[in-house]
Design a binder for this molecule. Structure first.
Ligand SMILES: Nc1ncnc2c1ncn2[C@@H]1O[C@H](COP(=O)(O)OP(=O)(O)OP(=O)(O)O)[C@@H](O)[C@H]1O
Length: 596
């Protein structure tokens, strides 16, 4: 229960709805109890009238007595009907208050979790799978909603109805009350166990269903590989196997589900039999009237659902508590990438990296080892290095996705940690290594970093990224949809749209993380010279493992195993005849042989 205390703030927020819900529950239960009493009065009246009917018939008053008697029963009938209608009306109001409250809390919770997720650093996303993040914001929140809606609704009902009914029952006959209620605790406990079994099996089904959909999704998104390697039959066989498991688990659940209602009916039946038997004996002994038996049977029926729901509510609350524990676990994670001074300033673009070492916290890999470099505003730094040498890590640290393990990064002479993070990132353009474009129009993708989309700016960015012609060649031009239901861009086109997105922001610092790997050298050169022009007075960091990308840079550093092994500009590095020169020779030879 304790984890669920955290959502009390929402109950407090919607206290009006909750309070109304409680009031409506009390009122609706009054209309449940009164009809039972009316039935007792009516039956006792009928029995009494019968005993008087014969003597009255003999006295010639038969017709008068009959009419009177029927009028009385008719009024009872109408009263019971009115009570039922009123009860229905208040049940409607209960749902309108408590269930609506639960939906509102669900909405608030989802927003709170999503917002929190977005604030968490990149390391959080590395540690937790997307599936897990999605499950907590959807399934777990739904389970908590079940607690806030149905569980609170039925729980309240139970809390109000139970004492009320028991009070009336005891006031009518305590002994018969005891007999009638004897099977109900057994009902509640068995429902609890059956329900837990149902939940356990439903969860297994859910798991098997998500495995099945992951399998199908992979098969379809990897259809090209699947066909190319002729694995269709294998894939179909695996699908059948996964479906078989799903079917098996569903049948197991149906078996337990089938137990649910018979169990309730059996125990209610036993209660009714006991009531009739014990009540009958009491009627024979003249302790109670016939009406009491009917009243008690109604009470037992009235109590059936709340008692059943006790088991059900307990298991919902348990599941909700487990889900809330999972949600709290994420909500309690603090963002450790925070600004020390929240400094907001127009940056110039001077970058200085001092004795920087970085160890990935999750894997313990030392990606950067005591590196230092400087870039003046308006200059370009090329970073060259083999796979895994730490190039992308530098980009991540410059964007402040992580904080250095030791050493400093300074922008305009101030530690990067002092800046307001969003303000700083807003002034930086980043083109990541793995291009990600949204399922939206090309125009919106390019304008992604802008607060107000300006078509002229979008087109200029597309021209500078050398992708303008490609875009206008599409029938819908800039309004072409990308993604699953849109067109698929080629690798090089995607990279260039991603570059256009970064430069449309007119950033003070632009970081290109190996984003020209899928374009030919000619396009690469034209993008780089356009960049040189637009990045005048701004700073660029060009990361690549191709020398052709870095050679135009003012400064070049060569990384190996997290260390800088060479530095200089293209000319000085070439004359040094070290790793850079060797790489240059190798790469120009191979590209010449390809082009030749
Ligand atoms: N998120 C991460 N968590 C743990 N280790 C990581 C992470 N990202 C990278 N590494 C490790 O850090 C080292 C440097 O990786 P980085 O991505 O910076 O290399 P890179 O030079 O950009 O390589 P490539 O050219 O292949 O992209 C590698 O050994 C890599 O396995």
């Amino acid at each position: 229960m304790k984890p669920l205390w955290r959502i009390n703030k929402y109950l407090y927020k919607y206290k009006g709805l909750l309070l109304l819900g409680i009031i409506f529950t009390v009122i609706s239960n009054i209309f449940v109890i009164i009809p039972a009493q009316l039935v007792r009065i009516a039956i006792d009246y009928v029995v009494e009238s019968f005993s008087l009917y014969r003597p009255l018939m003999k006295g010639g008053l038969g017709e008068f007595a009959r009419e009177n008697f029927l009028d009385f029963v008719f009024v009872f009938g109408i009263l019971i009907l009115v009570m039922a209608l009123l009860r229905g009306f208040f049940l409607f109001l209960i749902r309108q208050t408590i269930i609506i409250m639960s939906r509102k809390v669900e909405y608030d919770m989802k927003n709170e979790i999503f917002e929190h997720y977005q604030n968490l650093p990149l390391s959080f996303y590395r540690k937790n799978s997307t599936g897990d993040l999605m499950a907590r914001i959807s399934e777990d929140v739904s389970r908590v909603r079940m607690y806030l809606g149905p569980a609170i609704m039925y729980g309240l009902n139970l809390l109000i109805l139970f004492p009320l009914v028991i009070f009336y029952m005891i006031s009518v006959n305590p002994e018969l009350t005891l007999y009638s209620l004897l099977p109900l605790p057994i009902l509640s406990v068995s429902i609890y166990f059956v329900n837990n079994l149902i939940n356990e099996r439903s969860e297994k089904i859910q798991k098997s269903l998500s495995e099945l959909s992951t399998f199908v999704q992979e098969a379809f998104s990897g259809i090209r590989v699947l066909k190319a390697f002729v694995r269709e039959e294998d894939s179909a066989r695996e699908f059948t196997k996964a479906s078989e498991e799903y079917k098996h688990k569903s049948i197991e659940l149906t078996r337990v589900n089938a137990l649910f209602f018979p169990l309730i009916m059996a125990l209610v039946g036993i209660s009714t039999i006991i009531t009739v038997y014990a009540g009958g004996l009491m009627v024979i002994q003249g302790e109670i009237g016939y009406g009491v038996i009917a009243e008690f049977i109604l009470y037992v029926n009235i109590l059936t659902w709340p008692v059943t729901s006790l088991g059900w509510v307990t298991s919902i609350v348990q599941r909700a508590a487990a889900s809330q524990t999972r949600i709290n676990e994420f909500l309690d994670i603090q963002n450790d990438i925070v600004s020390t001074e929240n400094l907001k300033a127009e940056i110039e673009g001077d970058i200085e990296v001092k004795d920087l070492t970085f160890v990935y916290p999750d894997s313990g890999i030392k990606a950067l080892d005591h590196i230092s470099f400087k870039i003046k505003a308006g200059e370009t730094l090329g970073i060259i290095g083999t796979t895994g040498s730490g190039k992308s890590t530098i980009a991540n640290l410059l964007m402040r996705m992580y904080d250095p393990t030791s050493g400093f990064i300074e922008i305009d002479g101030k530690d990067i940690r002092r800046y307001n993070i969003s303000d700083l990132r807003r002034q930086m353009g980043f083109v990541p290594q793995d291009v990600f474009l949204f399922s939206d129009t090309i125009s919106n993708n390019i304008a992604f970093g802008l607060d107000h989309a300006d078509q002229a700016l979008i087109e200029k960015a597309a021209k500078d990224a050398d992708v303008f012609q490609n875009i206008i060649d599409f029938p819908k031009g800039f309004e072409t949809m990308l993604g699953e239901r849109g067109i698929t861009l080629s690798g090089g086109q995607k990279q260039r749209v991603s570059i256009a997105r970064a430069i449309a922001k007119e950033p003070k610092i632009l970081i290109l993380d190996d984003c020209l790997s899928a374009v030919d050298t000619k396009t690469e050169n034209s993008i780089l010279s356009a960049l040189k022009r637009i990045m005048e007075n701004r700073t660029s960091v060009i990361i690549s493992h191709r020398v052709s990308s870095a050679k135009l840079a003012d400064h070049i550093i060569v990384l190996h195993d997290g260390k800088i092994i060479e530095r200089g500009n293209h000319e000085s590095l070439m004359s040094k005849k070290g790793v850079y020169a060797e790489l240059f020779e190798k790469q120009t030879q191979s590209s010449e042989s390809i082009e030749g």
